[in-house]
Design a protein around this ligand. Structure first.
Ligand code: NAP
Length: 245
């Protein structure tokens, strides 16, 4: 499929100030898209993403919003429509990984994790779907995690939030299958970002390939899900063969 297909389309990438989100936002910019660069607190980093998108040939603006907050999400989507028109592509990427021993997890750790990692995807999807259904074209990609299948290193709260994304993906994909809107997930593991190297303090790439994955390798999977109109309700693991860790 040629790049023209998504050229000029309006996109929202959540958590696009850094890491995988930034990579997705810049790749969409490179296809000539108009991208809302969402961030939580790092405005300078979001500004850098905006700059890279414009250098790549796209248009962008940055917008602070806590994606776990329904009012913030409404504002994010309304502002995006006002600047760039109806939303065609949504990448639900923002996420947190609260790391502590599993028997010390609190109710507020659980609530924060579910709200940021899972409820956000529902809030965003609900808010953009009227645009996509009206256009009979839309792409939603949920960035989940290998941990949904294996338990992972962060803990059960994180694994549960990411497994929930797969149910959300299947539910929306099935409901929208006749409407030109595809909904898929990309489930990475051990990608070289702040989450891996700083939050989780992982210094050894414990994957069968004995290396970390790159942001580019993850973005490549996300972009495939956006380009391909016949793939829906799927989860693609980008994990260096890491299924059993
Ligand atoms: P990262 O480097 O830690 O970046 C996280 C991004 O999410 C930042 O842009 C951050 O904004 C944003 N964010 C966090 N909470 C937010 C909120 N409440 N509202 C809006 N934005 C928020 O993470 P990453 O490694 O790129 O991970 C991206 C996604 O991939 C996450 O969902 C993560 O769970 C998933 N994932 C990553 C890996 C991996 O190996 N890295 C593996 C599996 C899954 P600020 O910069 O403003 O803080």
């Amino acid at each position: 499929m040629s790049p023209e297909t998504i050229q000029g389309k309006t996109c929202i990438v959540t958590g696009a100030s850094r890491g995988i989100g930034r990579g997705c936002a810049v790749a969409l910019g490179g296809e000539g898209c108009r991208v809302a660069v969402n961030y939580r607190e790092r405005a300078d980093e979001a500004e850098e993403t905006r700059r890279e998108i414009e250098e790549a040939g796209g248009e962008a603006f940055i917008i602070q919003a806590d994606v776990s907050d329904a009012q913030d999400v409404r504002r994010l989507v309304e502002e995006t429509r006002k600047r760039f028109g109806p939303v065609s592509i949504l990448v639900n990427n923002a996420g947190i990984a609260i790391q502590k021993p599993f028997d010390e997890l609190t109710e507020s750790d659980w609530d924060a994790t579910i709200d940021v990692n899972l409820k956000s995807a529902f809030l965003l999807t609900r808010a953009v779907l009227p645009d996509m259904r009206e256009a009979r074209w839309g792409r939603i990609v949920n960035v989940s995690s290998n941990a949904a299948f294996t338990g992972g290193r962060v803990g059960p709260h994180y694994a549960a939030s990411k497994a929930g994304m797969h149910g959300l993906t299947h539910g929306y994909a099935a409901a929208l299958v006749k409407e030109g809107v595809t909904v898929n997930s990309v489930a990475p593991a051990l990608i070289d970002t702040d989450m891996t190297t700083q939050d989780l303090r992982t210094s050894t790439p414990n994957t069968p390939m004995e290396r970390f994955g790159t942001v580019e390798e993850t973005v490549d999977a996300v972009m495939m899900m956006i380009r391909n109109a016949f793939v829906t309700g799927q989860t693609l693991l980008v994990n260096g063969g890491n299924y059993f860790h």
